[in-house]
Design a protein around this ligand. Structure first.
Ligand SMILES: NC(=O)c1ccc[n+]([C@@H]2O[C@H](COP(=O)([O-])OP(=O)(O)OC[C@H]3O[C@@H](n4cnc5c(N)ncnc54)[C@H](OP(=O)(O)O)[C@@H]3O)[C@@H](O)[C@H]2O)c1
Length: 493
């Protein structure tokens, strides 16, 4: 059996363990208000690091995880090499000015007690709020300044990762849920990552411990105390329920018996064998339980074709989690510990607001604040009775910057977010869409644009027109206008 986990290079200068020690569990251990003693907890992390599990994943909201890891890193100050520390910044949606971003990054540096965050991963709650691109561009500047080693994102679907890359953000990693139960990341996201050199960091690999020998043949639990298992029980339910899950456990158990390893080893190995995946993050309840010696075994075997076929058979009796990675944080059903975003946010602010149209009773309009709207005389969107008409929308960020120049599919994704944001204050949503018109600079680009449109409207299927309009202004490759009819009771604000 290997003595330490396999390693992999991330970016130019970071060597990491392919099993990353996840510290969300610190927040769960501290949820009653008592924080862990940072020196004692750092002792526990040091034992992980000593046995080769020397890469740690945390976030701004994982209780005192950053502080504890900071204590660990301080012990390596004069040692030359030190453990790698990944953290996340998950700000509330709102303007992302350079000052706000610098403050968010500096807080990570201060809590970790380092001059540079090895990997800073960015999470954004709603792509309808476009400031996520400002935040990532500012993070790229701070990377150039030396405060960030590599930029990661977390819970980004393929479409928005594509926007970030096409807009010039040097994204090294995307941290997403990936397991025998949640196989979404194996699809379009993996393809994009392989094309563009982005590596996946997989979490939820053990579904909070459900993917282990402990749960084989067990009855469905009625109550769950810890956050992690509460969250992944929701995944299991959406993936077809307990019977299908037991089928996956049984298949992994058969494979485990054949190789002399545990169900958890088979589950993690299956994720790690996907080419786009750099590492799996496995949560550690430090001071409570540890599984290092069992987890090491997954580096001593490989899945063969029969094993993979046996798993596919079990998958066939389950349901694929709908949508793409990260949807569980952005739309119902929210597959979070609480089943909603109440642990994270009070409300999702709207980027635009509606106002009555002067002199026209019952009509409302939305303005984006563009300097051009009053000059040229138009609104972002107008509601008349139950119909909302959205102006021709381009991938303009702020007043005049074209997002994702040269990538029509990425521009389409950005445009559709903007259209969704325009409908919201007028009481509508993308579900109400009855018509879209797409203007394309280059007709040869019809397919990627159609696919990006289909990602949003695949189930809604509004009437659609697509025309080539070769003389779109500037770098714009696409422009879309839209019309929605809202249900009678949906009032504009
Ligand atoms: N980016 C995001 O949005 C996001 C979301 C969630 C998590 N994460 C990251 O991913 C990390 C992983 O956490 P997770 O919540 O997804 O949980 P997980 O890694 O799927 O499960 C961790 C649990 O699995 C059990 N376990 C570990 N090794 C085992 C083995 N060999 N045999 C049997 N059981 C084993 C342990 O349970 P017991 O301790 O009960 O034995 C452990 O607490 C987090 O700490 C965090 O860093 C990120």
């Amino acid at each position: 059996m290997p003595q330490t986990p396999d390693r992999i290079a991330l970016g130019e200068s970071l060597s990491i363990s392919r099993l990353v020690c996840g510290l969300w569990q610190v927040a769960d251990l501290e949820k009653n208000g008592t924080t862990l003693d940072p020196e004692i907890a750092a002792d526990a992390l040091q034992a992980y690091a000593k046995s080769g599990f020397d890469t740690f994943d945390m976030a701004d909201h994982y209780g005192s995880a950053e502080i504890i890891t900071g204590r660990l890193l301080a012990r390596f100050r004069d040692a030359g090499a030190r453990p790698a520390a990944f953290t996340k910044w998950c700000p509330e949606p709102g303007p992302m000015t350079p000052d706000i971003v610098r403050k968010g990054v500096q807080e990570r540096l201060d809590r970790l007690g380092v001059d540079k965050v090895d990997l800073l991963q960015f999470h954004w709650w709603s792509f309808e709020h476009p400031a996520w691109l400002d935040a990532l561009h500012e993070m790229a500047s701070l990377k150039d300044e030396g405060l960030i080693g590599a930029i990661g994102v977390t819970n980004f679907d393929a479409a928005h990762l594509r926007v970030a890359l096409a807009d010039g953000i040097p994204v090294a990693t995307n941290q997403v849920s990936f397991s025998l139960v949640d196989r979404r990341a194996a699809g379009e996201l993996s393809t994009l990552c392989m094309e563009r050199g982005v590596r996946l960091l997989a979490y939820g690999t053990l579904c909070g411990g459900f993917l282990s020998d402990k749960w084989l043949g067990k009855a469905e639990p009625e109550t769950i105390a810890d956050w992690s298992r509460s969250k992944y029980k929701r995944f299991i339910d959406v993936a077809g329920g307990w019977a299908g899950f037991q089928g996956i456990l049984a298949a992994a158990a058969d494979i485990g018996r054949k190789h002399g390893v545990s169900i958890s080893n088979v589950a993690t190995r299956w994720v790690l064998e996907h080419e786009a995946v750099a590492a799996a993050i496995i949560g550690a309840r430090i001071g409570e339980s540890e599984h290092r010696s069992d987890n090491l075994k997954l580096f001593g075997f490989a899945l063969d074709d029969d094993d993979k076929a046996r798993l596919e058979e079990a998958f066939a009796a389950t349901v694929q989690i709908p949508g793409d990675c990260g949807d569980e944080y952005r739309k119902p059903p929210y597959l979070t510990a609480s089943g909603d975003l109440s642990h994270h946010l009070d409300a999702l602010p709207s980027i635009y607001s509606a106002e009555p149209v002067p002199g026209r009773a019952g009509q409302f309009r939305v303005s984006s604040g563009s300097v051009w709207e009053p000059v040229a005389g138009y609104s972002r969107a107008v509601r008349v009775k139950d119909t909302i008409r959205v102006s021709g929308t381009t991938a303009t960020h702020g007043n005049d910057r074209c997002v994702a120049p040269g990538d029509p599919a990425a521009q389409t994704t950005y445009i559709l977010d903007k259209i969704a944001a325009s409908l919201r204050p007028l009481g509508g949503s993308m579900d109400d869409m009855v018509r879209t018109r797409i203007y394309l600079r280059d007709a040869a680009q019809w397919e990627p644009v159609s696919r990006a449109h289909g990602r949003v409207f695949g189930d809604i299927m509004p009437a659609n027109t697509m025309v080539e309009a070769g003389d779109l202004i500037g770098d714009y490759a696409v422009e879309i206008e839209a019309e929605a009819v809202v249900p009678d009771n949906a009032q504009g604000r």
